[in-house]
Ligand binder design. Structure first.
Ligand code: AMP
Ligand code: MG
Length: 328
C-alpha cells in the first residue's frame, strides 16, 4: 500500500513543458518512497545523484540496521558523523522556530501508531502517554556541541531527511558542473537552475481529495525547494475514522489543525521539509504568524474544506486555481 500511495504522490506532481536538451532520467525507490530525477548532464552525473540518495538513506534511515539513527534508537547513544550531526542541528533549529511542532524525537509516537512497520492501529492511551514521555527536542539541545549523542528517546528524521537529501544532491550535481536538474523525492521537489528552454518550472500541487490531480500549479524559475506535507500522503482507517502520519508532539495524536496540506517553498530543502511538517501541525493561523515573522519561506495552505490560501510570495507563483492571499 505504501508503494501505491508513494506512486500516487509522485504522479500528483505534474511537470509541464519540454526542455530543449533531453535530461537523463532515473526513477528509484528510496527512503520509503518513489523518487524521480531529471539531470541535464551525463549518465555518470545521474548515477552519482542516485548513489548520494542511497548513501544518505543508509545513514539516516530508522529501519536500516546499519544506520547511525538505528544504532542510536537501539542503544540510546551513538557516535554521529558530521553529516548526521549537521542534519540534527538543522532539525533542532526548525523545532525551536516552531516551538516543537516539528520534533525529531517524535519516533516513539510514530512507532506506537505503527507507521514504521506498516502495522498501523490506534494505540491505547497508556501507550501514547509512555511514548509522549520520551518525546521532546529539548533533550537534544544539550548535546549539540558533541558528536556522540545519548538520549532517552528516539530520533526520526522522516519529516526532514528527504528535503535535506534533495539539497545535498543538487549541491553534488553543481560540484560536478551540472547547471540544471529537477528532483522529486516523494513529493519533495528541488530544482537546480532554470530549464534550458527558458520556460518556467511548473509543479502541480496535489488535490488532497484526489491526489493524482493537481489543484493548482506553481510556476517559477531558478533553484528552489518545494515540499508538501499532507494528511492524505499516509494514513489508515479504523472504525471509519482516518488517522494520518503527521503527529502532534503535544497530544500524541495525528495533528488536527483544519489543514489538508501545506506546501512550503524555500531555498533550503531541509528547511522547506521540516517546516512543511511543522506548519501542518500548527494550523494556518499560527503558521501565518510564523511566516509574518520570517523572510526565508512561502506557503500554500489547503484547508480540509478545500479552500486555498497563499502567502504573498507564493501567491505570485500560483496559477490555475482560485485562492486567498495571506498578507504581511
Ligand atoms: P512529512 O511527510 O515531511 O510531513 O513527514 C512526516 C514524517 O515525519 C512521518 O512519517 C514521521 O516519520 C515524521 N513525523 C511525524 N510527525 C512529526 C512531527 N511532528 N515532527 C517531526 N517529524 C514528524
Ligand atoms: Mg517534512
Amino acid at each position: 500500500m505504501k508503494k501505491t500511495l508513494a506512486l500516487s504522490l509522485l504522479i500528483s506532481v505534474l511537470l509541464c513543458g519540454c526542455a530543449v536538451n533531453a535530461p537523463v532520467e532515473r526513477e528509484i525507490f528510496a527512503m520509503d518512497t518513489v523518487m524521480m530525477l531529471r539531470v541535464w548532464g551525463n549518465e555518470s552525473d545521474a548515477a552519482a545523484a542516485v548513489a548520494e540518495i542511497n548513501r544518505l538513506d543508509a545513514l539516516l534511515s530508522v529501519t536500516n540496521e546499519n544506520s547511525e539513527i538505528f544504532a542510536l534508537n537501539r542503544d540510546g547513544e551513538a557516535e554521529l558523523s558530521m553529516e548526521t550531526y549537521d542534519l540534527l542541528v538543522k532539525a533542532v533549529a526548525v523545532s525551536r522556530r516552531t516551538e516543537g511542532a516539528f520534533d525529531p524525537t517524535v519516533y516513539p509516537l510514530v512507532e506506537a501508531w505503527g507507521f514504521t512497520h506498516d502495522a498501523q492501529a490506534v494505540p491505547a492511551q497508556d501507550e501514547i502517554n509512555e511514548a509522549l514521555a520520551l518525546v521532546g527536542y529539548e533533550q537534544l539541545e544539550n548535546h549539540l556541541d558533541v558528536t556522540c549523542l545519548s538520549i532517552d528517546g528516539m530520533l526520526d528524521f522522516g519529516g526532514i531527511a528527504k528535503g535535506y537529501t534533495a539539497r545535498k544532491v543538487v549541491d553534488l550535481l553543481q560540484e560536478r558542473g551540472v547547471d540544471t536538474a529537477f528532483l522529486n523525492l516523494g513529493g519533495n521537489v528541488q530544482t537546480l537552475g532554470s530549464k534550458p528552454d527558458g520556460e518556467a518550472w511548473t509543479v502541480g500541487i496535489a488535490d488532497p481529495e484526489n491526489p493524482s490531480q493537481a489543484i493548482g500549479c506553481l510556476r517559477f524559475t531558478g533553484s528552489l525547494a518545494l515540499v508538501t506535507s499532507g494528511g492524505y500522503q499516509r494514513y489508515f482507517e479504523e472504525n471509519g475514522v482516518r488517522y494520518h502520519h503527521i503527529l502532534d508532539p503535544k497530544t500524541g495524536y495525528p495533528a488536527q489543525s483544519g489543514l489538508a496540506s501545506v506546501t512550503v517553498l524555500a531555498k533550503d530543502g531541509a528547511l522547506a521539509d521540516g517546516l512543511s511538517t511543522a506548519l501542518f501541525v500548527m494550523g494556518m493561523e499560527e503558521a501565518s504568524a510564523l511566516w509574518r515573522a520570517s523572510d526565508d519561506f512561502e506557503v500554500v495552505f489547503i484547508t480540509q474544506d478545500g479552500i486555498i490560501f497563499a502567502t504573498e510570495g507564493a501567491a505570485s507563483l500560483l496559477t490555475d486555481c482560485e485562492f486567498t492571499v495571506i498578507k504581511r
